[in-house]
Design a binder for this molecule. Structure first.
Ligand code: UDP
Length: 358
């Protein structure tokens, strides 16, 4: 490893988004350390990352970020220039049923990362947030200035709280001076970016990594692909009486590879000293609303198949419509979503076929 190569710790790097981000970071020339406790995934995607990048030497640390000494140990073992923190539980319904599990896991793991970052000379921290922080709003598309609404579930609350924790830690640690001490045991400043994702979907074009939900999927696209392959009998479209053009909900579906590239742009912004404030927030979406029915129809068309679906009652907690104003990310990160929805939906299907061995 050359002295100048920057190293990024990706917590939760074996998961769906983390694995795509690891690939893009490596392709952009960064060294990556993946930390994951495999609580919600197996090694399938990490193996896929090694194949895609041709790198067998990516360090993998099997740790639980809720274990403070283990996180400390990670920062002592490696000189870490930036952290991307994905390690968190993410099932909305489960978070309503088990709030303590969600608050404990999602908050403590992030606090441990921030504590270690601050104690080891400071660090750049990218937090994976969510458009869920905006809740239901009439003013669409949403900008980063749009007010956050009270969270509708504990999962959403953890995203809001973690954003606030990051903002506070950045403010409090700015007194520690510049990051000249990065990697040492001195106190140092934390700088932060929160990326608010809209609806990440799709898979890597290689079909070697993608989303691997455990049990019955909650999210739309895995439910579609599992129905198409015959794992599920029928897709329920939740609600066709919403005040939208075709009566189904509107969302901003962002391709996971495009999303991963936004992380690389944000990491570069932090490492190259281009931040305008020490804590910044960016929406990561396409800026384009797509209805559930449109998505289903497009999936059928581009993959040349028929999907068994029916209209069902609305799902509790769903909002009618949300999509991003992406102008800030476009301007400041020099990033925009590029992959077409057609290609994204093809990749989702290819991934499902790959894991089914077809
Ligand atoms: N949806 C659906 N059937 C499903 C799963 C989701 O009709 O089996 C709809 C859901 O009501 C929402 C959209 O698809 O309007 C996206 O839902 P998802 O759970 O993927 O993401 P969310 O926007 O809720 O975070």
């Amino acid at each position: 490893m050359s002295q100048n190569v920057k190293r990024v710790l990706v917590s939760g790097g074996a998961g769906y988004i983390g694995s795509h981000v690891t690939v893009e970071l490596i392709e952009a020339g960064y060294d990556v350390v993946v930390a994951d406790n495999l609580s919600n995934c197996d090694m399938t995607c990490f193996e896929g990352v090694k194949k895609i990048t041709g790198r067998n030497d990516i360090p993998f640390e099997m740790i639980d970020c809720c274990n403070a000494p283990h996180v400390e140990g990670l920062f002592s073992k490696y000189k870490i220039d930036a952290v991307i923190h994905f390690a968190a539980f993410k099932a909305v319904g489960e978070s309503v049923a088990e709030p303590i599990k969600y608050y404990k896991n999602n908050l403590i793991s992030f606090l441990n990362i921030l504590d270690a970052a601050k104690n080891h000379g400071g660090c750049n921290v990218l937090f994976s947030s969510s458009a869920t922080v905006y809740g239901e709003t009439d003013k669409l598309p949403v900008t980063e200035e749009s007010p956050r609404q009270p969270a509708m579930c504990s999962y959403g609350a953890t995203k809001q709280i973690c954003e606030d924790i990051l903002a506070d830690v950045v403010r409090a640690t700015s007194a520690y001076g510049d990051t000249v001490n990065a990697g040492t045991s001195a106190l140092g400043p934390v700088k932060g970016i929160a990326l608010r994702y809209f609806n990440p979907i799709g898979a890597h074009p290689s079909a070697l990594i993608g989303e691997l939900p455990r049990g019955v999927p909650n999210n739309l696209v895995p439910y579609i692909t599992q129905t198409a392959i015959g794992k599920r009998e029928c897709l329920s479209i939740f609600g066709n009486d919403y005040p939208t053009p075709d009566g189904t909900c509107l969302r901003d579906y962002i391709d996971v590879v495009d999303l991963a590239k936004a992380h690389v742009a944000a990491v570069a912004r932090m490492l190259d000293g281009k931040m305008k404030k020490n804590y910044e927030i960016f929406n990561v979406g396409t800026g384009r609303p797509v209805s559930v029915l449109e998505l289903v129809t497009k999936f059928e068309k581009v993959n040349n198949l028929k999907l068994n679906y029916k209209f069902a009652p609305r799902r509790e907690g769903d909002i009618t419509a949300i999509w991003a104003d992406t102008s800030l990310a476009n301007k400041e990160l020099g990033w925009k979503a590029e992959r077409s929805l057609e290609d994204t939906l093809k990749s989702a299907w290819q991934w499902e076929c790959h894991i089914a061995g077809k």
